[in-house]
Ligand binder design. Structure first.
Ligand code: CU
Length: 174
C-alpha cells in the first residue's frame, strides 16, 4: 500500500519532463525583417528559424499588434512568375534551419493599424503547430531591401531568453 503510493508519486513527478519539448523553446530566430511596400500593398516577413530541438517543429504563422492580418504563404516562382498560396505550416526539421525568404515561405502582413515605415521594430508572435508561441521583433526595411540590413540584435528573440522555464508554453500574456 505504502509502496504503491510512492510509485504513484514518482510517476507524477516524472511527467513534466515528458512534456518539455515545446517548439517555441527550441527555435531561435535571426535576421527577421519586413519588406514594406508602398500604399496598400502587403508587407512580407522574412527570417531564419533554427530548430535546436531533437523533434521537428512547424511554424503555422504569426500574430501582430501592428497588422490585423498575417498569413503564411509559399511562393512558387516557376518560370519567372511570382505566384503564391497560403499554407498551413512551414516545417523546421529537427536540429536544422528553415528560412522565410523571398521566393519561398514568407509571412504576408496586411491591414496595418497605422502605417509601418522602414526602421520600425515590429513585434510579431510566431505560432507553432504544437500551440507554443514565440515573441520576436522584425525590423521594417524598404521595398528594395534584400535582407535585415544590420547585425542581428539579441532583442529579436526575446521569448527564447526568458530563462530555463521558457519551455512553458502556457504563457499567453505579454
Ligand atoms: Cu505572399
Amino acid at each position: 500500500m505504502k509502496a504503491m503510493s510512492i510509485a504513484l508519486l514518482l510517476g507524477a513527478a516524472l511527467l513534466p519532463g515528458v512534456t518539455c519539448a515545446a517548439s517555441a523553446a527550441n527555435v531561435r530566430v535571426s535576421h527577421a525583417w519586413l519588406r514594406i511596400l508602398p500604399g496598400d500593398l502587403p508587407a512580407a516577413g522574412y527570417a531564419t528559424l533554427q530548430n535546436l530541438g531533437k523533434q521537428p517543429a512547424a511554424l503555422t504563422g504569426a500574430r501582430s499588434t501592428r497588422y490585423a492580418d498575417v498569413m503564411l504563404h509559399l511562393s512558387s516562382g516557376a518560370g519567372g512568375t511570382n505566384r503564391m498560396h497560403m499554407v498551413n505550416t512551414m516545417p523546421i526539421p529537427a536540429q536544422d534551419t528553415a528560412q522565410l525568404a523571398p521566393g519561398s515561405y514568407h509571412l504576408m502582413l496586411t491591414k496595418p493599424a497605422h502605417p509601418v515605415t522602414p526602421g520600425d521594430h515590429v513585434p510579431l508572435t510566431l505560432t507553432f503547430a504544437d500551440g507554443s508561441t514565440l515573441r520576436t521583433t522584425f525590423i521594417a526595411r524598404p521595398a528594395n531591401a534584400i535582407d535585415a540590413g544590420e547585425p542581428e540584435s539579441p532583442a529579436s528573440n526575446s521569448a527564447a531568453t526568458d530563462g530555463p522555464t521558457a519551455h512553458d508554453h502556457t504563457h499567453g500574456g505579454r
